[in-house]
Design a protein around this ligand. Structure first.
Ligand code: MOS
Length: 718
């Protein structure tokens, strides 16, 4: 077992993607297809009195309108599984909730039918913003290490401030969509989902189907980011329509409705107090966070996941609370809590450096973390210093003037340099993989995992090519399909680590099986394909099961049942996180006060890099999103009506090409062999953490103005 660096190789599906041949869920062509459209509620809370369907049924081509009475009552809870996806009910919990589904022979007829429906409602009073009256904080368990109060009392320098992150919505290119086929008593669902088994389980419970009656296929996803992690709002509704009508039904949810029916990043607030000793070292943190939550929502306010893992501050006290209001459930959105908490915390750290008059890079390097203070475990690997020093070298940080506002170009442009750091848990999920090697040169690897653009197939190919010397042209990687292997929810940055250790184990097992076949004879020359041909065997197939540190049969069984069995970042013997440091240059234009980001250097510690090309793309994507998140993105609410006001890409502004400059990416590339044999941690989410803080810190350095609320707008710098 070697842990040498992996070579740069092209992305597995690059060619198909560039040629438009990669097939996404809504591309699936099914004969006899019907088209569907949802009817959204126009009240924020209350109940549906009636849904008159006559006007819709008069539209030529409309086949049927489904309303609440077309769905089985929700199944009783219990069994410990995740809840079934909601269908259509008469109880309205948020504006935009579906009240009907119109099914038609054409998309145009479905849209026209949906627009013809005017439900009547009994409306109730509601609260649409966390600033509204009657919003009570509901605290969760605090995160505590040491004695923050006592340490704070010893501090000689203190910084205290509040930081705010807005509600934001994922806008992947691929819309939410479901195509459902009910044939011969089997429901086949094509859906871009990060959790095909999760969707399957939800369909089974909601529509009273058995495991062998549901197949969910999600071989390619056009951007997941957590929006496609759980059971989706429309899935069971569309499946029910296909079952009732006996014809395939497709729904592509329009973007405006996605804003109201998908999960989102809730608004969150951070009151942070940091204390430093006489040597200028941070010794105490008191940190209270709260977040917007829906009345029924469960998205955990885990804002203390990452900050305690950064700088070795032993005395840390963090609280967090939910603020429940009348919105759809918030959920996981890339670096769900570590993105906003790293904006808040690494801004606060920067403010402390400024207060102490120390260079912000030198200040961070005065702190080295060796233990997780919350769970009192050693870190497996922690290469944040290496990220910082390599990033500073690539960026040219040594030429940075200490004072804010010191660099002004002749045209009045203010130039600032900032650094920001982040961390994200190194998680892993049990995986069951089968590997079949044929004498005809073909290789088939089937396992858990979903390809959402991050390059999971490329990481699997890297390992199989290295371990087995196979020709990748004959390699098929079957993932994201409940009929090929039990599928985990591919999220939380556990995809790569989970897939590559399964690939490595499967390769080792295949080599052992070949050795058994040879029974002591000298292996014929060449790879396993050649050896099989020589010993006149058509193929060998092996199955392996891998688990995270400290896991066993119980977690594997949960995976077999289609449930969640993820572990990390706290393991029996250690705590494991990935780290990143971002160095950012901003230009603030003199008259418009527009903030530009011409240059970013990001250096990540994700353990061993498996696929250098897709890994670098992941980091660039995370940096792009962080720039977008801190300069552009916020979803606004009109408190009089609820729902989301700017629910389209004209008004919910995301970064475009012209907003992005040079992004230089590098890796520490040191394996974490305590975590797994290949030494791979996670990368997808750590990429985004800390970058918004780096931008804020650079804006401060350019202008002397500290921005503590995202997004940073022109008017904040006037
Ligand atoms: Mo991610 S937000 O865990 O898909």
């Amino acid at each position: 077992m070697t842990s040498a660096p992996f070579p740069d190789r092209p992305r597995v599906d690059a060619r198909e993607k560039v040629l438009g041949q990669a097939q996404y869920a809504a591309d699936v062509a099914v004969p006899g297809l019907l088209y569907a459209m949802l009817v959204p509620a126009t009240i924020a809370k209350g109940s549906v009195r009636s849904v008159p369907v006559d006007a819709a049924m008069r539209v030529a081509g409309v086949v049927r309108v489904l309303t609440a009475s077309d769905f089985p009552p929700p199944p009783a809870g219990g069994a410990g599984g995740p809840p079934p996806p909601p269908t259509i009910t008469d109880q309205i919990a948020y504006r935009g909730q579906p009240v009907a589904l119109v099914v038609a022979e054409t998309l145009e007829a479905a849209i026209e039918g949906a627009e013809a429906i005017r439900p009547t409602y009994a409306a109730m009073a509601f609260v649409a913003t966390i600033e509204g009256d009657g919003v009570e904080p509901q605290p969760v368990e605090p995160s505590t290490g040491g004695d923050a109060d006592a340490a704070m009392a010893r501090a000689v320098t203190r910084h205290e401030a509040e930081y705010v992150s807005p509600a934001q919505h994922h806008n992947p290119i691929e819309m939410l969509s479901t195509t459902a086929v009910w044939e011969g008593g089997v429901l086949t669902v094509y859906e871009g989902t990060q959790g095909s088994n999760m969707a399957k389980g939800a369909l089974m419970r909601t529509l009273r189907l058995s495991a062998d009656q549901v197949v969910v296929k999600s071989p390619q996803i056009g951007g997941g980011f957590g929006q496609k992690g759980g059971a989706q709002r429309q899935t069971a509704i569309v499946a029910r329509a296909a079952m009732l009508l006996g014809r395939p039904v497709k729904l592509v949810v329009p973007r405006g409705q996605i804003f109201h029916n998908a999960t989102f990043r809730p608004k969150n607030r951070h009151r942070i107090e940091i204390g430093a000793d006489a040597e200028g070292r941070m010794i105490a943190v008191r940190y209270d966070a709260d977040q917007q939550q829906s009345r029924q929502g469960q998205f955990p306010p885990a804002y203390h996941e990452s900050p305690p893992m950064m700088y070795g501050i032993a005395d840390y006290h963090g609280t967090a609370a939910n603020l429940r209001i009348d919105t759809q459930a918030p959920g996981y959105m890339r670096a769900p809590t570590p993105h906003p908490s790293s904006f808040a915390f690494d801004s606060a750290v920067d403010e402390m450096a400024v207060k102490l008059g120390i260079d912000p890079l030198a200040f961070r390097l005065k702190h080295r973390a060796t233990r997780d203070p919350i769970d009192d475990k050693p870190f497996s690997t922690h290469f944040l210093h290496e990220c910082l020093t390599e990033g500073a070298r690539r960026f040219g940080w040594d030429k940075r003037p200490l004072a804010a506002g010191a660099t002004v170009r002749p045209d009045g442009t203010q130039v600032g340099w900032g650094v920001g750091c982040g961390a994200y848990p190194a998680n892993v999920h049990p995986t069951i993989a089968t590997l079949r090697i044929g004498a005809d040169g073909t290789t088939r690897f089937a396992a858990a995992g979903h390809e959402m653009g991050q390059g999971i197939r490329s990481t699997i190919e890297q390992v199989l090519v290295r371990e087995l010397a196979i020709d990748p042209a004959g390699l098929e990687i079957a993932i994201g399909d409940t009929s090929v292997a039990p599928q985990h929810v591919t999220a939380g940055s556990w995809g790569t680590a989970s897939a590559v250790i399964a690939a490595e184990r499967a390769a080792a097992s295949a080599k052992a099986a070949m050795a058994d076949l040879l029974a002591g004879r000298t292996p014929p020359a060449g790879n396993l394909h050649r050896q099989l041909a020589t010993v006149r065997r058509p193929s060998i197939q092996v199955e392996v099961t891998t688990t995270g540190p400290g896991q066993g049969a119980k977690e594997v069984e949960r995976l077999r049942q289609g449930g969640m069995a993820v572990s990390g970042p706290v393991y029996p013997q250690f705590t494991s996180f990935s780290y990143i440091a971002h160095f950012v240059e901003v230009h603030v234009e003199p008259r418009t006060r527009r903030i530009r980001v011409p240059r970013v250097v990001s250096v990540a510690d994700c353990g061993r890099v498996i696929s250098p090309r897709t890994a670098a793309s992941q980091v660039r994507g995370g940096v792009v999103w962080a720039i977008s998140a801190c300069l552009r993105e916020a979803t606004e609410v009109d408190p009089r009506y609820g729902g989301w006001l700017n629910n389209d890409l004209a008004d919910y502004v995301v970064a475009v090409n012209a907003d992005i400059g040079e992004i230089d990416v590098a890796f520490v590339d040191q394996p974490d062999n305590m975590f797994n044999a290949l030494g791979a941690k996670g990368l997808g989410e750590v990429a985004m953490t800390g970058c918004a803080a780096a931008v804020a810190n650079a804006v401060y350095h350019a202008t002397g103005k500290r921005l503590r609320e995202m997004p940073f707008r022109i008017e904040n710098l006037l």
